[in-house]
Design a protein around this ligand. Structure first.
Ligand code: BGC
Length: 345
């Protein structure tokens, strides 16, 4: 039954993908005749958070600028759909598969399936665990968590903290939490910080983050001095919960992704920081790797990350902490968001 629901969902999604998510699909003629052109398949967990639209657009542009063609499919957070979409692209004859996994462990099946068809797999932004992934490209995700905790600690060096994490099924969420705890641990051990609430957020869902924060506030009679939220989406939920209690802007909250709404909250003072991850760099370097791998050439990766199965050759880019004072010199300067979008000027 589950299988049939999965197949039905994938069919629905493919028809929905026809325009928005599949803008670069080849024409029938190209499919049949362009056998020399390298073909990159990109499967995304979701397009829900704003950043993934940037990833999709920038990665597609970068791949196409190298003369290869690309098809992108997004699975709307459904593991079975993601597996089917990968299968479909493999059947279509992609030369390489680039995957943003919904579930780190479940997506190992994608790697097995691709390898059986002699197609290499690149883990994009999120690591697929316990599978012989060929390459991994992302940011230093432990550092993301460290930056979040460091900024919040500057504002509240002592007191009662809540940690509102991402989806535990996403390896990044585990790394973000690990980074935050690296920074908080000495303060927790000293007793200057109490971590009174510590919860992952299913599916990175902002509504769930809001519910969790509400439950935390209720449990402790609103006694929270700071919140580390794993990304701007969850921060938005947390800030809604705080604002119902008249606490928004008084309790520092972290975020990540430099989403427009997140950055606007940083300007407004209800969110203390966000983390900027230059997606254009990620997308262009991922495209370099994808096209090289598609052409069966080796890639130079200086780092490696163990994913439980092996040391996966990796490229990890630098995340940047953003506060109200640094918005213009970073995300605006890079053209990630415009001054007008942020400040309305
Ligand atoms: C990404 C974050 C994103 C989150 C939710 C993580 O894997 O690294 O940038 O906010 O997923 O989509």
């Amino acid at each position: 039954m589950r299988k049939w629901i999965g197949i039905l969902l994938v069919l629905l999604m493919l028809s929905a993908c026809g325009t928005a998510e599949n803008s670069s699909s080849p024409t029938e003629d190209q499919k049949l005749t362009d056998s020399d052109q390298l073909y990159v398949g990109f499967v995304l967990d979701t397009l829900k958070d704003e950043r993934w639209y940037k990833d999709k657009q920038l990665f597609e542009e970068a791949v196409e600028s190298k003369g290869a063609r690309i098809k992108t499919l997004a699975a709307n957070g459904n593991d079975d759909v993601q597996l089917k979409q990968a299968e479909l692209l493999i059947e279509e004859g992609v030369d390489v598969l680039v995957v943003v996994p919904h579930d780190a462990a479940y997506s190992a099946a994608i790697v097995d399936m691709a390898h059986e068809a002699d197609v290499k797999v690149i883990s994009y932004d999120r690591l697929i665990t316990n599978a012989p992934v060929d390459y991994y490209i992302s940011f230093d995700n432990v550092k993301v968590g460290e930056l979040q905790a460091t900024e919040i600690l500057k504002i509240k060096p002592s007191g009662t903290y809540a940690y509102i994490g991402g989806a535990e099924s996403d390896n990044n969420a585990v790394l973000f939490r690990q980074g935050a705890m690296n920074v908080l641990k000495p303060h927790i051990d000293k007793g200057t910080i109490q971590l009174a609430y510590d919860q992952y957020t299913d599916g990175w869902d902002p509504n769930k983050a809001e519910e969790n924060m509400k439950a935390a506030l209720k449990q402790r009679g609103n006694k929270f001095d700071a919140v580390i939220a794993a990304n701007d989406g969850t921060a938005g939920g947390v800030i809604k919960a705080l604002s119902e209690q008249g606490m928004a802007g008084k309790v520092p909250v972290s975020g990540q992704d430099a989403e427009l709404e997140g950055v606007r909250r940083v300007v407004a003072g209800t969110q203390s920081m966000t983390v900027y991850k230059p997606i254009s760099l990620l997308a262009s370097q991922a495209a370099d790797i994808a096209v090289t791998v598609a052409a069966d050439k080796p890639v130079d990766a200086e780092q490696s990350v163990n994913n439980g199965e092996a040391d996966i050759p990796a490229i990890l880019l630098e995340p940047v902490a953003i506060t109200k004072d640094t918005i213009r010199d970073t995300i605006v300067k890079d053209g990630y968001l415009t001054q007008e979008e942020i400040y309305g000027e």
